[in-house]
Ligand binder design. Structure first.
Ligand SMILES: [Mg+2]
Length: 374
């Protein structure tokens, strides 16, 4: 029997199903970066992690290594026993962070509502995005293609009306997969979903549920929220919602910005400074439209440009923005590009422009920025 408050939960859930959430997740990220940088190693089992003689553990490994049973968090010594040919390389976190930043920069072309979960995973709320005619599925397809082409990394993506389902979806066709759950597919999809797939259901809870013959979310639905709460406390209430595919958590962008920028990787290198300077106009247009959304929260302090040449070196250049001056002057950006280009005078594969920002919103509990601050 469905109680009245449960009906309310279902209604509330339906309202939240109007969201479009993409969960993007790189496939074995650290290992993928190492293989991208050392293509000769492709095809052999590879892991990133600590050395066995130093009691190291595996951070990530590729699928070739997984076939031998190697897993993340496993002791490197054990991994080598399972797979004697395993090549273990030490992690280069600074480098992975830089690659992650490049991927994130592509995400920001689709939305500003991004919640990073780790270096290689993020939720994107694209409900209000006008890219790809507003289709979240097309956006997920496109961003997968772009990350592969522009960064050389493969990501899997899930598209769904909420975070819970988007995360399950990204895992569904992994690796190199895309899986979409549309709002009208939610009910059928969740019904057959094993409870072990639910976030928070570990071995112990799964065993407890199995003893009650609850294997799928469909089975879970046979019990009222009250009954589930009796067995599992507050988590029982959560289980009840998840059983119906309901998840009202918002995609939360907690990190505050230090800058705002747009960049573009060109299909054909820009041959000279004239070609680079022409690109200022489309870049400025998208920088301005992004700025409009956050302009009340920040104050621009500097202009900057970035160029990546066809030898893969990159250079950035910035100048202070005189008080009261608009940051969006094409001529000023063209000047900066000229100076940056002179440093190498090589064809350009990527050009970007941006502004450095002063945050007008203090962190939680911090002081308000006042006009009378010294
Ligand atoms: Mg991942």
């Amino acid at each position: 029997m469905i109680l009245q408050d449960e009906e309310k939960v279902l209604e509330k859930g339906k309202a939240a199903q109007g969201r479009k959430v993409i969960h993007a997740d790189c496939d074995c990220f650290y290992a993928a970066v190492e293989l991208r940088d050392n293509p000769d190693l492709r095809g052999r089992p590879l892991a990133v992690g600590g050395m066995p003689d130093k009691r190291g553990v595996i951070a990530t490994c590729n699928y070739e290594a997984r076939e031998f049973g190697v897993r993340s968090a496993m002791a490197s010594g054990q991994a080598l026993r399972l797979c004697p040919d395993l090549l273990i390389v030490p992690p280069r976190m600074k480098h992975y962070r830089e690659v992650s930043r490049e991927i994130h920069a592509i995400f920001t072309d689709y939305t500003d509502l991004i919640e990073p979960l780790s270096l290689d995973e993020a939720y994107l709320d694209v409900s209000d995005s006008e890219r790809c005619r507003g289709s979240a599925t097309l956006m997920a397809k496109e961003l997968r293609q772009r990350v592969r082409k522009e960064v050389g990394i493969v990501i899997s993506a899930g598209v769904a009306p909420n975070k819970f389902l988007a995360k399950i979806a990204s895992d569904w066709n992994k690796p190199d997969g895309l899986f979409v759950i549309t709002p009208d597919q939610v009910d059928e999809f969740v019904k057959q979903l094993p409870v072990s797939k639910l976030h928070g259901v570990g071995k112990v809870t799964a065993e407890k549920l199995r003893k009650k013959r609850i294997e799928t979310c469909g089975d879970l639905r046979k019990y009222s929220k009250l009954e589930l709460a009796k067995w599992f406390g507050r988590f029982g209430e959560r289980l009840h919602e998840l059983a119906y595919g309901i998840d009202n958590r918002a995609v939360e962008t907690s990190r505050r910005r230090k800058s705002l920028s747009v960049e573009h990787t060109y299909d054909h290198d820009l041959p000279d400074i004239k070609a680079v300077q022409k690109e200022v106009f489309p870049l400025l247009e998208s920088l301005e439209s992004r700025w409009e959304r956050i302009s009340r929260e920040y104050l621009p302090t500097k202009r900057f440009v970035k160029l990546k040449f066809n030898d893969f070196t990159q250079t950035t250049l910035e100048t202070l923005l005189p008080a009261g001056e608009s940051p969006f002057s094409p001529a000023e950006y063209q000047k900066l590009f000229k100076e940056a280009f002179e440093r190498k005078k090589l064809p350009v594969r990527l050009a970007g422009i941006g502004i450095r920002l002063h945050d007008l919103k203090p962190p939680e509990g911090g002081r308000q920025l006042s006009l009378f601050d010294e």
